[in-house]
Design a protein around this ligand. Structure first.
Ligand code: ZN
Length: 496
């Protein structure tokens, strides 16, 4: 890469790494509760510096020069394209507003945590109103692409090329095909036994098991750490420092297990970004592709009998008292059980996408419609009753359950649902080349990891989702694999 471009990329990576570390310290580290406002100021200053660097005359001149003299190198070309797009996104926003927004985002998280602890939406709603208003304003500065609404632009920010038009079709299909199954499954709850999953298991032993499990799946402990936080997540400085968190419950051992498997899926993606794209704007991966990897590990791999066949005897050895009398088949059936519930992160595979659909419909009303922040809890509860037949008793298990809006991440949720569908599509394509079940039964996942490295992980966010999917699967985005996968699984499990 040319030196001046490399220098810009390195400096931007440094600002971004500092932001990641502050975030980590707030969410999983030792930052005290009262630190939030002052820390927000520091984060704001760094964001301002990064903003100034991205929009400086020197940078603009450099990028224009790169665009006029394109390189033959795919990575370099993609970096320039990405930096130019980023510049175009923010160049219309006044610097003071950009900094104020970053500060607000940093403060939002703290306010949300308090409100959630107190189960009281009114403690969060003032800052949420500000976040919504500022997001509207900031996204309003960007030149609107033909035919797109404000919310379309916000969706496009996270997942290029997926707008309300496509999402309406996608969620429409899920509603038609899967809601009837959800209803039938709710009525046949006694078919799958799950009582043993709430048996008490020591947290120390859980920690040990999860540490080994992550490594078994392909997590490299020399390039990553596992910590704890209320809401599990993955973050990274680069492909040699990838951090995940999980959350342990004494009486719900599978919560930590599947959080760990999920975040490990994210982490393996990041650890296997090629050296050429790590610490560049192409590192990581698009939201939906990222989520496809975590959900593939969590669900398609992590809840399959083939996966547990070699793992379960070791699990039983550690938790003999609790699981000695539970067979492999009973355990696998239990971890696949479905039941409409209130909390997205604890929800089963079948109902998961409807949690996302509810958030999508609400966000759309907030930004393209006339829904006010104050009416969010009421509409939230209404939609849960309508689609899933359950109603939250308080805001903590309702509208306050997710962290995203506190960080100004509006338009992000749909990537979760897209990620599930993409996971199924990639899994189907991988199955044509790799004996997935055979690999899982043998206890050696390397052929699976190698396939994913080759087709997905190495590229990070270098290729747009639609192109990556086409290259990897030979097909455009096609949610029918996801729908079929869920139908097959749940019709069999619940004898529908
Ligand atoms: Zn995830």
């Amino acid at each position: 890469m040319r030196d001046d471009l490399q220098n810009l990329v390195d400096r931007l990576a440094a600002y971004s790494a500092a932001g990641v570390l502050f975030d980590w310290d707030t969410s999983a580290g030792d930052a005290p509760e009262e630190a939030a406002d002052y820390t927000a100021k520091l984060v704001g200053i760094l964001a301002g510096e990064s903003f100034a660097l991205c929009t400086s005359d020197e940078t603009v001149k450099l990028l224009k020069d790169c665009l006029e003299h394109p390189s033959d190198d795919e990575v370099e070309t993609a970096i320039v394209k990405r930096l130019w797009e980023d510049y175009e996104k923010i160049c219309h926003i006044p610097k003071e507003e950009y900094i104020a927004y970053q500060e607000l985002v940093s403060k939002g998280m703290n306010r949300w945590e308090r409100a959630k602890d107190e189960k009281d939406f009114s403690l969060f709603s003032p800052v949420l109103k500000e976040l919504v208003e500022m997001s509207k304003k900031i996204n309003g500065y960007r030149p609107r692409k033909e035919g797109l609404t404000l919310y379309d632009m916000m969706l496009d920010e996270y997942e290029k090329g997926f707008t309300t038009k496509e999402l309406d079709r996608f969620f429409g299909e899920l509603k038609d095909e899967l809601l009837p199954i959800v209803k039938k499954v709710s009525e046949k709850q006694d078919i799958v036994r799950t009582d043993f999953l709430t048996r008490n298991c020591s947290i120390d032993e859980q920690k040990h098991f999860n540490y080994v499990l992550a490594e078994y799946l392909g997590f490299d402990h020399t390039r990553g750490v596992i910590a704890e936080s209320a809401h599990p997540f993955t973050t990274s400085l680069h492909n040699r420092d990838v951090r995940i968190t999980t959350h342990y419950y004494e009486n719900m051992i599978t919560s930590a297990i599947f959080s760990t498997i999920h975040e490990t899926g994210h982490a393996i993606f990041e650890q296997n970004n090629s050296d050429r794209i790590t610490m560049t704007p192409l590192a990581g991966g698009s939201c939906a592709v990222h989520e496809s990897q975590s959900r593939m590990f969590e669900n398609m791999i992590g809840r399959s009998e083939a996966f547990w066949e070699p793992v379960y005897p070791k699990f039983q050895e550690i938790f003999e008292e609790q699981f000695g009398d539970v067979t492999l088949e009973e355990f696998v059936r239990a971890v696949n059980a479905a039941k409409p519930s209130l909390i997205r992160t604890e929800s089963d595979e079948l109902t998961y996408c409807f949690h996302i659909m509810i958030r999508y419909e609400l966000e759309r009303e907030l930004f393209d419609g006339d829904l006010s922040v104050d009416d969010l809890p009421k509409l939230w509860n209404q939609k849960y009753r309508e689609y899933l037949g359950v109603v939250p008793e308080n805001d903590a298990e309702g509208v306050l359950q997710d962290v995203h809006w506190s960080g100004g991440m509006f338009g992000y949720f749909p990537s979760y649902a897209l990620g599930n569908a993409i996971a199924a599509q990639i899994y189907h394509a991988m199955g044509k080349k790799v004996d997935i079940d055979g690999a899982l039964r043998s206890g050696d996942l390397e052929v699976i990891l190698a396939y994913l490295r080759e087709h997905i992980h190495q590229y990070g966010a270098m290729r747009e989702t639609k192109r990556l999917l086409l290259d990897a699967t030979g097909e455009e985005f096609n949610p029918s694999y996801y729908i079929q996968y869920l139908k097959d699984k749940y019709i069999k499990l619940y004898e529908l």
